[in-house]
Design a binder for this molecule. Structure first.
Ligand code: NAD
Length: 428
């Protein structure tokens, strides 16, 4: 039996600081500000549970490949844990831990009764056939089944995974139980207990919060221009929904590079092109820009919607946007944060800006548990209300503490989680 090993880190993800160190540094700043009790502080700056799995998968050519995956649960004080599963060659334990911590803060800001979790498999999903992806997903779901469950830890899609991946996880888990358990994952297809509005929820949240920020800054959003890095689930829905509101999307990119038209891109055309060709490469009526160039275009709003560590000390000074909406998790590192802040850029932090996804995931979980489903209109309205309410609460914290939006969001989040931690105290 020949077994090969997957999992060489990709050059893209090797760049930049260690994500978990970044997450801890962001937490430390808020903990310091809140003068957090040292005991609670030492609990919250670590990840409570981590599972590493190494598992074989049958490939189409008859060979067997070994894959490595993780599931991290940062904090269980406020309820079950919740967070996506990522398939990407650059997945590392540090990245999964950071993403799980960010999920904790996001859920706390949005008053969702969850702690944060995240999972990932070191794999380039584009290299695998659909059959191999199904094998990989079912085996990974089996390996982490000791960790997940509707009352324990509820996965969702993230980079490289989608509704189909969630359907395979739901089916695998249900087969083991002997009955259907829709609430074990969110972001599923509608036919098996998914929610209306979930697929576009993160992008919808990004659109709502970006427009709220522009209004707050007295900028006419219908005159605003936007550049979006990443044209996957989050980036493409953000682009589509912003364009629908009359915002001019002038640049978008994917892993192959970007396209730029200062007069505005026709987003429905771009979506059709990507649907047909699989990427943005070769799209006409726009000039080619690299991903690095896209970040420094003269636009009103910059929306990083791909991966971590895209804006660092090296390029932060060249960012010309007035607003940054962090649709991706962790796209700006702490050094860049300071530079952007000094340059007067209004930054909507990831824990606030991209929480539309987990919010509608929460709606999906509630609907599954009740076996009672809501209309799309109801979902969109509830999402809009909760996004605007969270924006206003973070803005109020920013103004009352005279801090930036990231620290304001962290102050709310860390306070909420530390209150829960104190209330429960330490067992035994
Ligand atoms: P996705 O896999 O659907 O899309 C990722 C996009 O990024 C693709 O267009 C890909 O080509 C592009 N990309 C990959 N590597 C890149 C690189 N090096 N440079 C530029 N572009 C690159 O993933 P997604 O679900 O849209 O997630 C994007 C980001 O949003 C991630 O940070 C994720 O954690 C975050 N997020 C996703 C959700 C969700 O509901 N899917 C929710 C909250 C946050």
């Amino acid at each position: 039996m020949v077994v090969t090993q997957q999992g060489r880190p990709s050059p893209v993800m090797d760049a930049g600081p260690d994500p978990f160190v970044t997450a801890q540094r962001q937490f430390d700043i808020a903990a310091e500000f809140l003068n957090l009790d040292p005991g609670v502080r030492s609990i919250l700056r670590e990840v409570q549970r981590v599972l590493e799995v190494n598992f074989p998968v049958h490939m189409d050519d008859g060979s067997i490949e070994m894959f490595k995956g993780y599931r991290a649960q940062h904090n269980l004080h406020r309820g079950p844990t919740k967070g996506g599963i990522r398939y990407h060659p650059g997945v590392t334990l540090s990245e999964v831990k950071a993403l799980s911590m960010w999920m904790t803060w996001k859920c706390a800001i949005f008053k969702l009764p969850y702690g944060g979790a995240k999972g990932g498999v070191v794999v380039d999903p584009r290299r695998l056939s659909q059959h191999e992806l199904e094998n990989l997903t079912r085996r990974f779901a089996t390996e982490i089944s000791v960790f997940i469950g509707p009352e324990r830890d509820i996965p969702a899609p993230d980079v490289g995974t989608n509704a189909q991946t969630m359907a395979w996880i739901m089916d695998t888990y249900s087969m083991h139980k002997g009955y259907s358990v829709p609430a074990v994952v969110t972001g599923k297809p509608l036919s098996i207990g998914g929610s209306e509005g979930r697929n576009e929820a993160t992008g919808r949240g990004v659109m709502i919060i970006t427009i709220e920020a522009l209004k707050h800054l007295d900028l006419d959003y219908q005159k605003a221009t936007v550049a979006i890095q990443g044209f996957g689930n989050v980036g493409s829905h953000s682009a589509r929904l912003l364009a629908k509101e009359g915002v001019k999307v002038v640049a978008v990119s994917d892993v192959t590079g970007g396209i730029y038209n200062p007069a505005g891109l026709n987003i429905p055309d771009v979506l059709r092109y990507v649907e047909e060709h699989g990427s943005l490469q070769g799209f006409r009526n726009a000039e080619y820009v690299t991903n690095a160039e896209l970040l420094t275009l003269p636009v009103t709003v910059l929306i990083p919607a791909a991966l971590e560590n895209q804006i660092t000390e090296t390029n932060a000074g060249q960012v010309r946007a007035r607003v940054i909406t962090e649709a991706a998790n962790g796209p700006v590192d702490p050094e860049a944060d300071e530079i952007l802040n000094d340059n007067g850029i209004f930054l909507l932090p990831d824990v606030l800006a991209n929480a539309g996804g987990v919010t509608v995931s929460y709606f999906e979980w509630v609907q599954d548990l009740q076996n009672f489903f809501w209309s799309e209109k109801e979902i969109d309205q509830r999402l809009a209300d909760i996004m605007r309410d969270s924006f206003r609460r973070v803005l109020a914290a920013k103004e009352s503490h005279d801090v930036n939006m990231r620290l304001a969001a962290y102050i709310l989040a860390v306070k909420t989680v530390s209150d829960a931690s104190n209330a429960r105290s330490i067992y035994p």
